[in-house]
Design a protein around this ligand. Structure first.
Ligand SMILES: NC(=O)c1ccc[n+]([C@@H]2O[C@H](COP(=O)([O-])OP(=O)(O)OC[C@H]3O[C@@H](n4cnc5c(N)ncnc54)[C@H](O)[C@@H]3O)[C@@H](O)[C@H]2O)c1
Length: 254
């Protein structure tokens, strides 16, 4: 059996290019910082341009190779422009983190088709468009890693969150199908299912959201999700594809 090179800790992503959506703030900004600190050149993308530019500037000041790009994940044209930027900047794309997401609360019987469609467009169609745009460049570089940020609510239901749960459940299923189709290209595709994470997304939650059902008794810090993303982005996970990694403080262990 051929010996596998042992990835050098600290620079696991050296020479790699990573594109992260929803990276202006919250988990995406933390993923940008973590992947860049492991050596990647990061294209941090979002629709919040001011916040995204400020995040990229803060990370550049810390010596990290992070560039902000406007990318609405529902726009095929924006995807084409972002992947083009990777092509001109480094000639490669090794990691795609489909992290952008939205949420809203509505009882099932009051759910409006418009809100449902918007949620699926961002949370599910966005990652599909991203994979379609990224794969040719990834393939030309010999492979890559796609990480789709789903949720514990893509695995179990949550009253009031019908569109969100459906969008994330579909993303987990999309992940498995993409993994099967893209394995031949050396492209691994995995999902991460975070539990509660302290970000602007759950500021609206009353009574601590999922904390009472979380055995570790708290929400995750964004960096605790970034560690899992960096693992899936790196060669440390070279035999992992088509799976969902649960990072939930024990929520789903019940
Ligand atoms: N916060 C949690 O408890 C939690 C738990 C599980 C999963 N998630 C998922 O984690 C991901 C990151 O969320 P977060 O917690 O950092 O929340 P967040 O609201 O801070 O970040 C989401 C980011 O996505 C961006 N975004 C929204 N629509 C976009 C679009 N059309 N195109 C590009 N960017 C867009 C937003 O501008 C924002 O910067 C999401 O997919 C979310 O569903 C969050």
């Amino acid at each position: 059996m051929n010996a596998l090179p042992i990835p050098s800790a600290g620079a696991r992503l050296s020479g790699r290019t990573a594109l992260i959506t929803g990276a202006a703030r919250g988990q995406g900004a933390s993923h940008a910082e973590r992947l860049a600190s492991e050596g990647a050149r990061v294209l941090a993308c979002d629709v919040l341009d001011d916040e995204g530019k400020a995040t990229a500037a803060r990370l550049q000041e810390a010596g990290l190779d992070v560039e902000y790009l406007h990318l609405d994940v529902t726009s095929p044209d924006d995807w084409a422009r972002a992947v083009d930027r990777a092509r001109t900047a480094t000639g490669r794309l090794d990691v795609l983190v489909n992290n952008a997401g939205i949420i809203h609360v509505n009882p099932l019987l009051d759910e409006r088709t418009e809100d449902w469609n918007t949620t699926l467009a961002v949370n599910t169609t966005g990652p599909l468009l991203g994979i379609q745009a990224a794969v040719p460049l990834m393939r030309s570089g010999g492979g890559g890693s796609v990480i789709n940020v789903a949720s514990i609510f893509g695995v179990v239901g949550a009253p009031g969150y019908v569109a969100y749960c459906a969008s994330k459940g579909a993303l987990v299923a999309l992940t498995k199908t993409a993994a099967l189709e893209l394995a031949v290209d050396g492209i691994r595709v995995n999902a991460i299912c975070p539990g509660g994470v302290s970000t602007p997304m759950n500021e609206h939650e009353k009574e601590g959201g999922v904390i009472p059902q979380t055995p570790l008794g708290r929400r995750a810090h964004v960096r605790e999700i970034s560690g899992a993303v960096a693992f899936l982005a790196s060669d440390d996970s070279s035999f992992i594809t088509g799976t969902e990694m649960i990072v939930d403080g024990g929520f789903l262990a019940h």
